[in-house]
Design a protein around this ligand. Structure first.
Ligand SMILES: [Fe+2]
Ligand SMILES: [Fe+2]
Length: 163
């Protein structure tokens, strides 16, 4: 049976991204589950932007970020399994309860600057979440995600001039 979002949790993709933005002060296991699902949605969002980007280098960078977002979902899933002893499989996008559709992001410098900011803030977000856990393997998984979010921001920054 698919995991159900707890009462009071986000119900849409937009709400879910806003929700995880507030987890730097600490995350519960349910929060980690929401985070894992949001990361999986992240790949879909990058694929969507990439499908509308014209420049091959831009497309490539966006798809690379997207693949890593799915990797982040799997790392968070692994952290959940370490903490709870229960697997938390990442569903296909069509089964993801936090995927409620995409508000297409325009392929513009302004939109990409916003994306850079969001990705860069992911570094602090994951560091904050990691500081709430003691298990060294869990901490390492979360910090690796954070490091890659910063790289995502840098990667998008590098392609802005190609737009
Ligand atoms: Fe991510
Ligand atoms: Fe990212």
């Amino acid at each position: 049976m698919a995991w159900e979002i707890p009462a009071g949790g986000p119900k849409t993709t937009g709400e879910a991204f806003a929700y995880i933005g507030k987890l730097a002060k600490g995350a519960t296991i349910d929060d980690l589950k929401i985070l894992a699902l949001v990361e999986a949605v992240g790949q879909k969002l990058y694929e969507d932007i990439a499908s509308r980007a014209q420049h091959p280098e831009v497309k490539k960078a966006l798809l690379a970020n997207g693949r890593e977002e799915l990797g982040h979902a799997h790392r968070v899933s692994k952290a959940i399994e370490i903490l709870t002893g229960e697997p938390f499989p990442i569903p296909e996008i069509g089964e993801n309860p936090l995927f409620t559709g995409i508000n297409p992001m325009p392929v513009t410098k302004a939109a990409f600057e916003g994306l850079v900011k969001g990705e860069l803030s992911g570094g602090n977000l994951y560091d904050g979440i990691a500081s709430g856990f003691d298990n060294p393997e869990v901490v390492a998984l979360l910090k690796q995600n954070g490091k890659e979010e910063v790289q995502h921001g840098q990667r998008v920054q590098q392609i802005i001039d190609l737009l």
